[in-house]
Design a protein around this ligand. Structure first.
Ligand code: SAM
Length: 736
């Protein structure tokens, strides 16, 4: 985050930031006396390492990325990287200098994270790296690769959400899709929160690459995150939703990102962190209140400053003595790290680092010092600091493994044997826990929802009796004081909130029934979990799907109060078709894996690499142009949406490493591959080794007469969000 609370550092005027671009800034400008005086006094690294640490901070950061997406795609893409791209890049010599190929980041599970360190010139001019760069760009655009700072990949790994893998990383771990048989709708739920409205929309845009019925996005001040209620197993009663995992990736000063945010060299001063300490403590304390009994909190910053790190942990532990720091020294053994600090000294702009205590500091402060109010006793170590196990926190420094600076702490509630409680007290406690809902106000519940209990932590799953339903619930983001949010500034988790309502359609709504019929969905398709988002609550253009838990949250909480920006994922979109063809809904390209387990297998059309080549190369190839038997099968099919299977195969240098399923649209005489242009190009590069798609004016793609009119909407929406993304990318490399 940076001063503007974005990881990756300060935002500010882009032209001003240009002054600090690594390729223009001279190393001699990478100095800040306040920074060096402050951090040397904190002894964050041993004295004999100081220069090495400082020198590493002045080096450009390697490019790092993570192979993302569902497990099978990730595995096969990683194999392509390792077996094709790395060998191609292994003997590259540029301007008489050898250039190293990408290498796997040693501590990342399954070798799915990579780094390389080449200049922009090499990327642009070396033919091998140029090709590799195109591959990265395409795969990033479709979401199979996530460009992310290495240290930013750490927090989810300490969440212990299986199988492994910030928001996208966690979402991936909730899903176990890919095959026709596995469930595509996890029962758990992930809520991603950010007080910045634009950031929530960026997040929604990015998560469209891994569409999930289990994802909700809220736009709240995490330090006052409101209670969310869900139905309890006791009919007519509600219970507070508690989370099994909470990631507090809090706003921080971001000085761990100095290697890429060179402006910090010029502006750094201790009040950057001092001013955020109290908010960070409140966010962590609120998370502690919302954690399920066997839950786990991961607190992280990209700051080196103990005031934003150990001091926050110490304050939160002191106010919540039922929590402790977890010893995670055995986790990610290849990650080089240093223990959390047990002594530090807070100071102000004076950089006088001799204030041993808050009291000493206040004594020397002038009445007029307006920053005085920002300092609290909690900025300094508590007297009993030794009891808090702060060395269990993790500090990552740039010189250890060529990364940014980072801080992670893992917290859990200490499990104590419950004291004997009398039946009368038990009843009183239970009555205090649940919120009575009068029958008149209670929406109709699904049977499944009524039986639901939020019980688990993945790690604790082993202790969970097999018959107990385990529903992982996670809250990601900087998370709540005890009072409800008081509206604050517009766009900062307060003020006006204008989102369309969330209306669940009855399972027998004619549009849903028609989707089920036309798309040949099986009877177990969760048709009761389909919602629409427009003021009229009608099935107008897009249908979204949620899982039971997300549905329960949406139905039992005022979406305005929890500032709900997104729930579930778009699954069907209206397709205005050619003359003579009924208007109907089709499966959104990204949602195919989600729908796949509910498709009548017999209706999936089998095809081949030759068919794929024709579909990828042309816009509306005629049915006639396809080889048999595909041609005859498709000519016999109704106009509308169909799902085609392209089996694992090789042909004339083209290769599909595993079966893929894609949506096509049949008009009167032609077929169209219903994935967007970027996804088509990425697919083409992956399968045919080159982009064989034809250039097209977006306009013709969206003609209401000939085909995918819905794409018009999607293309426009995407263009808008992409502008936001591009804007944000100047300052943030996000993985959310
Ligand atoms: C380090 S960034 C989180 C990055 C995110 N986890 C990701 O991977 O992209 C911190 C975020 O906190 C948000 N933020 C700042 N103050 C907040 C608050 N009081 N409540 C919630 N979010 C806040 C900022 O908008 C920023 O996006």
């Amino acid at each position: 985050m940076g001063r503007n609370n974005k990881r990756g550092g300060r935002r500010g005027n882009p032209r001003r930031n240009d002054v600090y671009r690594t390729d223009i800034v001279d190393k001699s400008d990478m100095h800040n006396v306040r920074f060096t005086t402050y951090y040397q006094a904190q002894n964050i690294v041993p004295a004999d390492e100081w220069e090495t640490f400082l020198e590493a901070l002045r080096m450009p950061l390697p490019t790092t990325f993570r192979v993302a997406g569902s497990r099978q795609t990730a595995k096969s893409l990683n194999a392509t990287l390792r077996d094709t791209h790395v060998p191609n890049l292994s003997n590259v010599v540029f301007e008489d200098q050898p250039v190293s190929p990408p290498v796997q980041i040693p501590w990342y599970p399954d070798g799915l994270a990579w780094q390389f360190n080449v200049t922009k010139k090499v990327l642009r001019k070396s033919p091998e790296f140029k090709e590799f760069h195109s591959f990265l760009v395409f795969e990033t655009e479709v979401g199979n690769i996530s460009r992310q700072e290495a240290v930013s990949m750490l927090p989810p790994l300490f969440m212990d959400v299986e199988p492994h893998h910030k928001t996208a990383q966690l979402l991936e771990s909730l899903h176990a899709q890919d095959t026709l048989t596995s469930t595509s709708i996890p029962s758990g739920m992930l809520i991603a929160n950010d007080s910045d409205h634009k950031r929530t929309h960026l997040l929604i845009h990015q998560s469209a690459r891994l569409p999930s019925p289990a994802l909700m996005v809220t736009n709240l001040d995490a330090s006052i995150y409101p209670g969310i209620k869900i139905p309890s197993s006791n009919k007519n009663k509600m219970q507070p939703l508690l989370f099994d995992r909470i990631l507090c990736d809090v706003p921080c000063s971001g000085d761990g990102t100095l290697r890429k945010n060179l402006g910090i060299w010029k502006t750094w001063q201790p009040m950057d962190g001092n001013g955020l300490h109290s908010l960070q403590v409140r966010i962590l304390q609120r998370a502690m209140k919302m954690l399920a009994p066997k839950g786990r909190i991961v607190y992280s910053t990209c700051s080196l400053n103990p005031v934003e790190n150990e001091a926050v942990i110490a304050c939160a532990l002191k106010s919540n003595p039922d929590f402790h720091l977890v010893d995670v020294s055995a986790k990610l053994p290849e990650l080089k790290r240093r223990p959390g600090l047990t002594s530090w000294r807070a100071t102000d702009k004076s950089i006088n680092t001799t204030y041993d205590t808050y009291e000493m500091f206040m004594e020397t402060c002038k009445e007029s010092d307006n920053y005085k109010a920002k300092m609290t006793p909690g900025h300094w170590p508590p007297e009993d600091v030794e009891l808090l196990n702060l060395p269990r926190c993790i500090r990552v420094y740039p010189h250890l493994q060529d990364t940014g600076g980072f801080f992670v702490a893992v917290l859990e509630r200490t499990v104590v044997d419950p004291p004997e409680v009398s039946p009368t007290q038990k009843k009183r406690d239970a009555d205090e826990e649940v919120i009575e809902v009068p029958d008149s106000k209670r929406a109709r519940l699904d049977a499944g929802v009524e039986d639901m209990e939020v019980v688990m932590a993945n790690e604790a799953a082993a202790d969970t009796p097999p018959e107990t339903q385990t529903i992982p619930t996670m809250l990601v983001g900087p998370v709540p004081k005890t009072s409800l949010p008081t509206p604050k500034k517009k766009g900062e988790g307060g003020g006006s909130f204008k989102e369309n309502p969330y209306t669940f359609l009855p399972a027998d709504d004619p549009t849903i029934v028609s989707c089920i019929d036309r798309l040949h969905l099986t009877s177990d398709f969760p048709s009761g979990n389909v919602l629409v988002r427009n003021p009229e609550g009608e099935a107008a253009r897009a249908l979204y799907i949620t899982n039971d838990l997300v549905k329960a949250v949406v139905q039992h909480n005022d979406y305005n109060r929890i500032r709900l920006t997104s729930a579930g994922t778009k699954v069907f979109v209206k397709q205005d078709a050619a003359r003579g063809v009924d208007v109907q809904f089709r499966v959104l390209g990204e949602a195919v894996p989600l729908v796949l387990p509910y498709l009548d297998r017999a209706t999936i059309v089998d095809s081949s690499l030759t068919v794929l080549r024709i579909l990828v190369a042309g816009h509306y190839p005629l049915c006639e142009a396809f080889p048999e038997p595909f041609k005859t099968i498709m000519m016999g099919r109704d106009s509308g949406g169909h799902i085609v299977r392209f089996p694992q195969s090789q042909l004339d240098g083209a290769a599909l490493s595993h079966d893929i399923f894609l949506p096509i649209w049949k008009s009167n005489v032609s077929l169209t591959l219903m994935i967007d242009k970027k996804a088509k190009s990425a697919l083409s590069m992956r399968v045919f080794g080159t982009d064989i798609t034809s250039p097209i004016k977006e306009k013709s793609l969206v003609s209401p007469k000939v085909g995918p009119a819905e794409e018009a909407e999607v293309v426009e929406e995407d263009a808008e969000v992409e502008n936001t993304a591009a804007m944000a990318d100047n300052t943030v490399m996000t993985d959310a």
